[in-house]
Design a protein around this ligand. Structure first.
Ligand code: GLC
Ligand code: CA
Length: 572
């Protein structure tokens, strides 16, 4: 069955908002955000004008990786609420004209999922082959160092293998040992996943964000990877974009979405995916997913590793984003994002959260949202939340940080230097509670928050911004309204301009009827209006043109650009 006609692919004109439930709003004072807390704050989300909410996992889970380790796909974790709460959230969102996209975590389950409990119990139980089981390396005794079936290093430090005496075998876990990888080669596993997805669609959800979905097929044989500083190996070439990926995704589409007209939004989380593969996978006519989250611009400052890399220049960032705009072109569809629950805060990472906090938060928003694709806002981004500063390792929570810390201290690295790197790059930056007000704990909870609130909540909070002219929140609202109002910003082609400029990020959006110029000065110094450079790129003089949106006091279209000034101009 063909995909829905392009005009029915509703996500193309949508703006998405990600909720990380643990940190969004706590309704019962236990310090942990929950579904009722989300329901109570829906006005904040709806007020932005967004169309769809992506909810990070709320399923039953031992919370080893904050819910990305699921022990029951058909139930809600009690700390987040109940299935009835979720049904109410769906209903309340739909009533307000918004949709809900659930997180789909099926590269792995929790080791406490009944599938795994059964699978690990013996070599001949009905689910014996549902996970990736292997014998020890020949010549080694199982459980001894070096006996692992290959040398891969897991994302959260240590080998990707865990020994199970009952089976006298190892199981594969790309993430923590409480996140065993499912065996996607087994058709029964795939069928079980598709049934579960269908169960959620029947419940009324409008799509899925698919966790590390390009890691589901592994290269057969699971060969050793190149040796890393830790002494373990890099398995990525063998588990990223494995040979059967497109086959599995097409099968999923055919089994789950096509029978229901396919009007569902699907976003693959795909670290390391190439733009060529993304263009095929998101192909408007026969692709398997609505869009993917590419990672190039997120990995841009990860030279060495994500904690040690130096900040990247704006020009390189632009070059990557443009390559994705051009590479996907009009064949497929892009997602557009600066941040999520795994990334540091965008205004701190790519902007200037000290001298130009408001200006850089809003300029970054303009430059991202008006590219071709579906923009995603991560909770708190719309009020300009910044990175946090923790002084001691005890204040951090993230399993990735804590695993890295243990390895790095073992290798003799300096504690203070590590803490500085975690503050700059760690995932906890995105996970501190949403700053609702200047009340204790930023109004997030009446109890003790599970992770400390950023100390700047008295100045950066939603209460101070919603309805306040000149706030980051109100700017996001205007930006989203503009994107909804101007068809060219959804449907138009993307053309980069001023490609040699180190600080200006400028592009056109173009349809037969309409052309819009988007330009931002992503630096702390003023810039003359680039009249000559624009003329050389065949853009006519814009003086007198209508300025559709700007993040500085309204001025003429062709005035100089102040530090971090962004301007959106309609060309006649
Ligand atoms: C994805 C999630 C991340 C999680 C990992 C393992 O990258 O976004 O939070 O730790 O997958 O599920
Ligand atoms: Ca709670």
């Amino acid at each position: 069955m063909p995909r829905p006609a392009q005009e029915n692919q509703w996500w193309r004109s949508a703006v998405a908002y990600q909720v990380y439930p643990r940190s969004f709003a706590d309704s019962n004072g236990d310090g942990i955000g929950d579904i009722r807390g989300i329901i109570e704050r829906l006005d904040h989300i709806a007020g932005l004008g967004v169309d769809v909410v992506w909810l990070s996992p709320v399923y039953a889970s031992p919370q080893d990786d904050n819910g990305y380790d699921i022990s029951d796909y058909h139930d809600i974790d009690p700390q987040f609420g109940t299935l009835a709460d979720l049904d109410e959230l769906i209903a309340q969102l739909h009533r307000r004209g918004m949709k809900l996209v659930m997180d789909l975590v099926v590269n792995h389950t929790s080791d406490e999922h009944e599938w795994f409990v059964e699978s690990r119990s013996s070599r001949d139980n009905p689910r014996a082959d549902w996970y990736v089981w292997r014998d020890p390396r020949p010549g080694f005794v199982g459980g001894e160092p070096g006996a692992e079936p290959n040398n891969w290093e897991s994302y959260f430090a240590g080998p990707t293998w865990e020994w199970v005496p009952e089976r006298q075998q190892y199981y594969l876990h790309l993430f923590s040992k409480k996140q065993p990888d499912l065996n996607w080669e087994n058709p029964e596993v795939r069928r079980a996943v598709y049934e579960m997805m269908t169960w959620w669609l029947d419940r009324g959800v409008d799509g899925f964000r698919m966790d590390v979905i390009n890691m589901i097929p592994k290269v057969p044989g699971l060969p050793d990877g190149e040796v890393l500083p830790s002494g373990l190996g890099d398995g990525k070439p063998f588990y990223i974009g494995g040979p059967r990926l497109e086959e599995f995704l097409q099968e999923m589409r055919a089994e789950v979405f096509d029978p229901r007209d396919g009007i569902y939004m699907t976003v693959g989380e795909t670290p390391g995916m190439t733009v060529e593969q993304a263009a095929r996978i998101t192909d408007t006519d026969d692709g398997s997913l609505s869009m993917v989250f590419q990672f190039e611009h997120m990995d841009i400052d990860h030279e060495g590793d994500k904690f040690t890399g130096a900040p990247a220049p704006m020009s390189r960032l632009r070059e990557m984003l443009v390559r994705w705009q051009e590479g996907i072109g009009t064949r497929g569809w892009n997602s557009l994002y600066w941040s999520n629950h795994d990334q540091p805060r965008a205004v701190s990472r790519f902007g200037d959260d000290q001298d130009y906090w408001y200006e850089s938060a809003t300029a970054l928003a303009v430059i991202m949202h008006l590219q071709r694709g579906t923009p995603f806002i991560y909770q708190g981004e719309e009020i300009g939340m910044t990175n946090v500063w923790f002084d001691s390792i005890d204040q951090f929570n993230d399993i990735e940080i804590l695993g890295y810390y243990r390895t790095a201290i073992g290798l003799g690295r300096d504690e203070q230097e590590l803490i500085a790197q975690f503050n700059r790059r760690g995932r906890d930056n995105a996970r501190t509670p949403v700053q609702w007000s200047g009340d204790p704990h930023a109004g997030f909870t009446a109890g003790q928050p599970w992770l400390a609130v950023n100390a700047n909540f008295a100045t950066i909070n939603a209460a101070a911004q919603v309805g306040a002219a000149g706030s980051v929140y109100e700017f996001y609202r205007e930006l989203i309204a503009l994107r909804h109002a101007e068809v060219v910003l959804t449907a138009g082609e993307f053309r980069i301009l001023l490609n040699d400029d180190a600080e200006l990020f400028a592009y056109l959006r173009v349809t037969d009827e309409s052309r819009v110029l988007v330009i931002a000065n992503l630096s702390g110094a003023s810039r003359d209006w680039p009249e000559a450079e624009l003329a050389a790129a065949d853009v006519e003089a814009v003086a007198g043109s209508e300025v559709l949106l700007g993040n500085r006091e309204a001025r003429g279209a062709a005035e100089a650009l102040l530090p971090w000034e962004a301007r959106v101009i309609r060309l006649s």
